[in-house]
Design a protein around this ligand. Structure first.
Ligand SMILES: [Zn+2]
Ligand SMILES: [Zn+2]
Length: 124
C-alpha cells in the first residue's frame, strides 16, 4: 500500500493485536475502520506515531486524496472534541488517515479540551 499523501511505501506496524500502516516517508498513519478509535483507548498506543509533527502539519495542506484501500475519494473530518485536528476518512471503507503527529494529538486530551467538552454538554 502506498501513502495517499506522498505516495511512498507504507509499512505495517502493530500495537498489541491491532495492525496499522505507517508511511516510511512522511510518517502519516493509516487506520482501517474504527482502529483509530480503538487504539485511542489503549495506553501507550501513541508510540506508533513516530513521525514529525511539522511534516504532518504541512501534509494538512493536501486534503484532496483518494483512499489507498478502495480508491474512493476521502473526506476531510474534524474531530468534534478537538477541532484543531483534521484527518481524512474514506466514506466507503471507513479507513482514516492521520498526518504525522496527529494521532498523538488525538489521543492527548488537554484539560482545556475537557472543559470545552463539558461546557458544550452542559448547554441546554
Ligand atoms: Zn507519506
Ligand atoms: Zn476506502
Amino acid at each position: 500500500m502506498n501513502c495517499p499523501k506522498c505516495n511512498a511505501t507504507m509499512e505495517s506496524v502493530s500495537f498489541e493485536e491491532i495492525e496499522v500502516d505507517r508511511c516510511t516517508s512522511c510518517g502519516g498513519l493509516w487506520f482501517d475502520l474504527r482502529e483509530h478509535e480503538e487504539l485511542k483507548q489503549r495506553r501507550g498506543s501513541e508510540a506508533i506515531d513516530t513521525g514529525d509533527h511539522a511534516v504532518g502539519r504541512a501534509g494538512n495542506a493536501k486534503g484532496d486524496i483518494t483512499c489507498p484501500r478502495c480508491h474512493a475519494r476521502m473526506v476531510r473530518m474534524v474531530d468534534h472534541e478537538q477541532p484543531h485536528i483534521w484527518y481524512e476518512q474514506c466514506s466507503t471503507c471507513g479507513g482514516a488517515y492521520f498526518d504525522a503527529g496527529e494521532f498523538r494529538d488525538f489521543k492527548k486530551h488537554t484539560p482545556g479540551d475537557l472543559i470545552r467538552r463539558w461546557r458544550a454538554k452542559a448547554r441546554p
